[in-house]
Design a protein around this ligand. Structure first.
Ligand SMILES: C[S@@+](CC[C@H](N)C(=O)[O-])C[C@H]1O[C@@H](n2cnc3c(N)ncnc32)[C@H](O)[C@@H]1O
Length: 239
């Protein structure tokens, strides 16, 4: 018999297809549904880049390239490569990179965030924002992120959590379970994309549970930075 969580896991293997369908409205909905806070979270992520110049960066599940663009805008980043399985998302990202004048510094390609088809020990920083909960095998992804980092390289991973404060949590759950799926499905024109995306949030480990996964993958000096009352977390780990 198929349980709800196995069917969710099965669906994650194909989740990038949903993003192909919603790519055209993704950026607009992101800005509106997060009330613009997602922009601040990505900037916060940049504050945790490792020390050093000429950093080589990899952004997994890059989508329409918002994190790749933030990375390209940093003076101490020399090169950025963004990977995603959704052609629709990265085609939009490529246009954004060109329009912002970062074509000499940032490239986007089709690539899997679980197997991470990149040379061992080749990256100073690997970023991954709001992607890992959509992966069919997040723990293998973490092991591969560790593999491709250079010694002392850093993983910066952002993902939704669940706020601890009772009131914030109640508001958040109402927003996430009711309002966001309704508006998201309506505007994207996709039957249940945003209903599915929200289910993946409540099903996914956060805070210390996620850090335990990072430690199991080999990361040291792990820490979780709570963003906006724990609505999201930035996880940091070093090789
Ligand atoms: C919520 S979007 C996040 C995009 C971007 N990082 C951001 O912060 O806006 C999730 C992305 O994960 C991608 N994705 C899902 N499964 C993937 C996989 N196995 N490998 C690479 N990307 C994947 C989707 O195509 C989608 O673009």
């Amino acid at each position: 018999m198929t349980t709800p969580s196995t069917s969710l896991k099965e669906r994650k293997k194909e989740s990038f297809r949903i993003f192909d369908d919603i790519a055209g409205t993704y950026d607009l909905l992101n800005r509106c549904l997060s009330l613009g806070i997602d922009v601040l979270w990505r900037r916060r992520m940049m504050k945790e880049l490792p020390a050093g110049n000429q950093l080589i960066a990899l952004d997994l599940a890059t989508g329409t390239g918002d994190v790749a663009l933030e990375l390209a805008a940093q003076k101490n980043v020399a090169r950025v490569r963004g990977l995603d399985l959704s052609k629709g998302m990265i085609e939009l990202g490529k246009v954004k990179i060109q329009n912002k004048g970062f074509s000499d510094k940032a490239v986007l390609d089709i690539g899997d965030g679980v197997t991470v088809p990149v040379d061992d020990a080749s990256q100073d920083v690997v970023t991954l924002s709001f992607g890992i909960r959509n992966f069919p095998d997040p723990q293998t992804s973490l092991k591969n992120i560790y593999r491709v980092l250079r010694p002392n390289g850093r993983a910066l991973i952002m993902e939704f959590g669940l706020p601890k404060n009772f009131l914030v949590r109640a508001f958040y759950l109402f927003y996430f379970r009711k309002l966001l799926p309704f508006v998201g499905n309506l505007i994207s024109g996709h039957g249940d994309a945003y209903t599915y995306l929200n289910k993946t949030v409540e099903d996914f480990p956060y805070d210390q549970d996620f850090l335990n996964w990072m430690k199991e993958a080999g990361f040291k000096n792990t820490r979780a930075v709570s963003l906006s009352f724990g609505i999201a977390f930035l996880y940091i780990g070093e090789k």
